[in-house]
Write a protein of this length. Structure first.
Length: 580
């Protein structure tokens, strides 16, 4: 039987002279009906451009197919070369025969139109449904992707739904007309591990129900193991290796595939946790950071006169201490309160009550003692300033001046984080993503802090660059005895860098302790949920449970005070909240 999709020697270029500026070069693969192909590679490898070329959406992004063929077997068994198809034909195919899920749902959905209106559009265009028929079909589409209370949520706008819910809406829209091919371009990258597991379970279930083929684009080898039949690895616009899933994962032949598999942190339930730090050995040391009863509440106004009617209990009674040279990872889903905790410690969010003390040498100055490295390195650097001005900013803000001593520290730190000597005269856009994050780390170290707060500091980086930055952070910690407060949703990364882990749920820490103990023997039900949702290379074709539970609302009436939790100790450094 002929394949559903056959791509042969595909070449795609950009710019005024696309022939001379090829981003995809000579890519070929076949996809059978009901089969899943995972395309793996780092940023700039050409995997997304390859996917966008299949339904010719690359034409709208400045790209042009300059060579090769893309042949689709249609429902009437005729073969259509999509590279030469007219726009009128392509319009009928997009959505009806080829569905697409994009990486970021908020930028893919119209923010001023309701969810229902946007889903109904597919039914109007491809099935000719109107009025109540289109609305009923849209409701059925939401039911299909397990969105509760679908009829009411059709009237919501995108900003009223969580990231996981929005991605389900995107899946519902892509599958509205039962396409025979679904292209999923990094559909879970921005999602928490539990929501990611839900989306993967949903895609697997829908694939079994409909028999559709799928092209799944990702950089996460663990996800590949759970859903793919075949894998194609891309580097610099070329397919450097492709084959059956087990062949690629167990016996990769190309050096780049081997490099990717080696770079990706593989979750091993605590077996790979760090063992280079012991709280027992420095029990008398003063904490670099001590937090006690930290509470952050945001007022909710619902009356005509904007008087508060309640409050969002974003962080509730959080407490921990962090020793010099130690890494405490805070893990939890979006909205759990982990980033709000970090921002409150830094004074970026006003705390309702609680105390926190950061020690810098012999002084207790939070401004210089605690510094932050943010998730997106490009967004946290001023694009109009040179690196020397960027690094001088914290010194000047702390009351110092850009002296020769400051310049010497800049040179030393840039060398220490592995940036070239001429970096001081360059601008942020002249660096790669990994280099920009190294620059952010150097800036954070300018005031010689005792604590670094790293808020998803490696999640925006490619896997190999991520590994390099993690190694750098570990080296710097050992050299300067830095304490890290490491916030992440990636349990594999947490296992690689953390000494201790605090699990936060609905604004409260529910489990805290030694990383190896928490990851290998979780005690709280929420921690168990998080760990069971982590994809690994060992979970091949293993279906995740379609868990639709949501984090409970954090809105409480005025004057509400939660009960003091009861704690149970399971090991010298491992505690969890008692559950009813």
């Amino acid at each position: 039987m002929s394949p559903l999709l056959s791509v042969s020697n595909l070449e795609v270029g950009f710019g005024r002279n696309p022939e001379a500026n090829k981003i995809v070069r000579g890519v070929s693969f076949d996809l059978a009906a009901g089969e899943t192909l995972a395309i793996v590679g780092e940023s700039g490898s050409g995997k997304s451009v390859t996917a966008l070329s299949i339904n010719r959406l690359v034409d709208f992004g400045g790209g042009r197919i300059v060579g090769g063929s893309i042949k689709l077997k249609r429902t009437n068994n005729s073969i259509l070369d999509l590279t030469t198809a007219t726009e009128a034909v392509l319009t009928k195919i997009r959505g009806a025969e080829i569905g697409m899920i994009f990486q970021e749902p908020m930028t893919s959905l119209n923010p001023v139109l309701t969810i229902g209106t946007q889903i109904e559009e597919s039914f109007r265009l491809h099935r000719g449904l109107t009025g109540r028929q289109a609305t009923a079909a849209a409701k059925d589409a939401l039911d299909r992707v397990r969105i509760p209370d679908a009829a009411r949520r059709l009237k919501y706008c995108p900003n009223q739904l969580s990231g996981g819910m929005l991605q389900r809406v995107m899946i519902a829209t892509a599958l509205a007309c039962n396409p025979r091919l679904l292209i999923a371009d990094e559909p879970t990258t921005a999602l928490d591990v539990t929501v990611q597991a839900q989306i993967m379970a949903l895609l697997a279930e829908l694939k079994r129900e409909t028999g559709m083929s799928m092209i799944f684009i990702t950089h996460d080898i663990g996800l590949v193991a759970g859903i793919a039949d075949k894998v194609m690895v891309m580097q610099a616009g070329q397919a450097v290796e492709q084959g059956e899933l087990n062949q690629i994962l167990d016996k990769p032949s190309h050096p780049y595939t081997q490099h990717l598999l080696h770079s990706v942190p593989h979750f091993s339930a605590g077996r790979a946790a760090r063992s280079d730090f012991s709280r027992d050995n420095i029990a008398k040391a003063a904490p670099a950071l001590k937090v006690d009863g930290l509470t952050v509440r945001f007022p909710v106004s619902g009356s005509f006169f904007h008087r508060p009617t309640g409050a969002v209990h974003a962080v509730e009674g959080v407490g921990f201490d962090l020793l010099p040279g130690e890494t405490l990872a805070i893990v939890g889903e979006s909205g759990s309160g982990k980033s709000t905790t970090a921002r409150a410690i830094l004074g970026l969010v006003k705390s309702t009550r609680g105390t926190f003390t950061a020690t810098a040498g012999k002084t207790a100055d939070r401004t210089s003692a605690v510094q932050m490295v943010f998730q997106n390195p490009y967004a946290s650097l001023n694009p109009r300033l040179r690196v020397d001005s960027i690094l001088a900013e914290p010194v000047i803000a702390a009351g110092g001046r850009a002296s020769g001593e400051t310049r010497n520290r800049m040179d030393m730190l840039l060398k220490r984080v592995g940036l070239p000597e001429n970096s001081l005269e360059r601008y942020p856009h002249e660096f790669s993503g990994g280099q920009r994050q190294r620059l952010c780390i150097a800036r954070a170290l300018m005031l010689n802090p005792s604590v670094l707060v790293l808020d998803e500091a490696v999640s925006a980086l490619d896997v190999s660059v991520q590994a390099q930055v993690l190694d750098l952070l570990i080296e710097l910690q050992r050299e300067y005895r830095l304490a890290y407060l490491f916030i992440s949703h990636d349990m594999a990364v947490v296992e690689r860098i953390a000494h201790r882990i605090a699990v936060i749920y609905a604004g409260q820490i529910v489990e805290i302790g030694d990383a190896a103990s928490v990851l290998s023997q979780p005690k709280h039900s929420y921690t168990k949920r998080l760990i069971s949702a982590v994809p690994t290379v060992n979970r091949r074709r293993e279906n995740f449970a379609l868990d639709t539970r949501q984090v409970p609302s954090l809105v409480r009436p005025l004057g509400f005070e939660p009960a003091v939790p009861e704690w149970r100790r399971f090991a010298p450094d491992h505690m969890a909240q008692a559950e009813a």
